[in-house]
Design a protein around this ligand. Structure first.
Ligand code: ACO
Length: 428
């Protein structure tokens, strides 16, 4: 028997179904609330709203659990390649040998950009932000690869997904090369995904860049840890755009824009800027923490806090160790890592952060890793976008494949002016 909850309004009672997810989490089904009662729910910033039922990613924020298609993030970070994780998220299962080989071939075949897309790179000013370039160029792909846009069967979707994952990496590296005035490096067909990206970023015509295994491993892990995170700001954007029937490339381009903000993916840049400013100005960590607690200061502790994680972010835990390991293997001492550790320790001991259950999130240590690899600061959020692309594709597919899908269209409580008379110019 379906569990229900009773809602009493104006003396009338209504039974609302209570739904239970795979892991026992419960949700009040209000999908017929308005038609039955005339009321809507109001949940500014959606902290209590489930926007969909999804099979892709599970998070238990109280216990720091994250799983892609049921598989724990710790196992994927330690053992899987980014491409394998992409297949898991998008197609629902870890690939077998044959599927893996076929998808890798698709990625390889689709790595290069149409020759005429070069014009677009030339059209951007040299100091254009790489996130603006990435979103514009992902949207532009559809003008050049038309057959992949109209997805009608599973094979077409596989090709489109591979094209998007492969070309996002190529666009990202090419935007960096354009920015620094170097010739674009073409993808190599013999390199795995992370190594190929590093080659396109750092090879120059007279010298090929060879990533060390440690660097390739760290970048692969970074991408795996960013690959999906259920209904966050950018993924919800992708789903929203997709619900209107928009194609894969346009929907993901919208996700890139949503990711850009400093409260979301832009936080990985903001963390390094914060640590650099503490370092350069010699600000005592305790004073910075005091500023972050003072609402009037406009300062936040970047890389801290999360809407869902209220205990710890499992990605931050893995990345903290990975940052330590990478710097040690590269024999690098980064003063920012020391400052990050001090900031974390001070915040975790402080009542303000403890009471609000604010912990380091995925962005707190990821920038230390990207810095060590040599990724420039304004590419950090682009790296996040490369990592998140498989997740966005998986969510687009969930919308696209749902025969009952309706356009996403929230309602509102209007609190503006009541009926107001239009006045001619002289009477306003
Ligand atoms: N520094 C100082 N205070 C904070 C911080 C922080 N980083 N984060 C939250 N708080 C405070 C809030 O001011 C609020 O205080 P109050 O109860 O006295 O009003 C309380 O903690 C609760 O925080 P909310 O803002 O309600 O949390 P919300 O879930 O809306 O926001 C967010 C989550 C955006 C991540 C927030 O913690 C934040 O701004 N963090 C810094 C930016 C950041 O690291 N973003 C990356 C998030 S992970 C990702 O998107 C990839």
């Amino acid at each position: 028997m379906t569990e229900t909850a009773t809602l009493i309004i104006d003396g009338r009672s209504y039974e609302l179904p209570v739904l239970t997810g795979t892991e026992g989490e419960r949700a009040l089904d209000i999908s017929r609330l308005r038609s039955r009662t005339g009321l809507i729910t109001l949940d500014d910033s959606y902290a209590n709203t489930g926007s969909c039922a999804s099979q892709i990613t599970y998070i238990d924020g109280e216990n720091g659990v994250l799983r892609y298609r049921g598989v724990p993030i710790e196992d994927l970070a330690a053992r899987s390649s980014f491409v394998e994780v992409a297949e898991l998220l998008i197609f629902g299962e870890l690939p077998d040998d044959e599927e893996r080989a076929e998808f890798r071939d698709l990625l390889t075949e689709n790595s290069a950009l149409h020759r005429d897309m070069r014009k677009h790179f030339d059209g951007f000013p040299a100091d254009a932000h790489p996130m603006a370039i990435l979103s514009a160029m992902i949207n532009a792909i559809q003008a050049y690869d038309l057959p992949e846009i109209h997805i009608t069967d599973a094979g077409g979707f596989r090709r489109a997904a591979a094209a998007l994952i492969a070309k996002t990496r190529t666009i990202a590296a090419a935007s960096y090369k354009s920015h620094i005035g170097q010739p674009i490096a073409y993808p190599r067909y013999d390199l795995p995904y992370a190594e190929n990206f590093l080659h396109m970023m750092f090879s120059v015509p007279y010298r090929d860049y060879e990533a060390t295994p440690e660097v390739a491993h760290a970048l692969n892990m970074f991408l795996v840890l960013h690959a999906d995170h259920e209904q966050n700001c950018s993924t919800s954007t992708v789903r929203m755009v997709a619900s209107g029937g928009a194609n894969l490339f346009t929907s993901v381009s919208a996700g890139v824009n949503a990711l850009w903000g400093p409260l979301h993916g832009g936080a990985n840049m903001a963390v390094i800027e914060m640590l650099e400013s503490i370092h350069e100005q010699g600000t005592p960590v305790a004073r910075y923490i005091d500023q972050a607690k003072d609402k009037k200061s406009g300062v936040k502790l970047m890389g801290f806090g999360h809407r869902i994680y209220r205990n710890f972010d499992p990605r931050a835990k893995i990345l903290k160790q990975a940052a330590d390991d990478l710097l040690e293997s590269m024999h690098i001492t980064d003063p920012l890592l020391d400052i990050a550790r001090q900031v974390e320790e001070a915040a975790l001991a402080d009542d303000y952060f403890r009471e609000r259950r604010l912990y380091p999130n995925v962005d707190f240590y990821s920038g230390i890793i990207l810095r060590a690899i040599g990724i420039p600061l304004d590419m950090f959020t682009v790296l996040f976008a490369i990592g998140r692309t498989p997740g966005w594709i998986a969510h687009w597919k969930e919308i696209h494949d749902n025969p009952d899908q309706r356009i996403h269209r929230p309602r509102q409580l209007y609190v503006g002016d009541p009926l107001t008379e239009w006045l001619p110019m002289g009477e306003r």
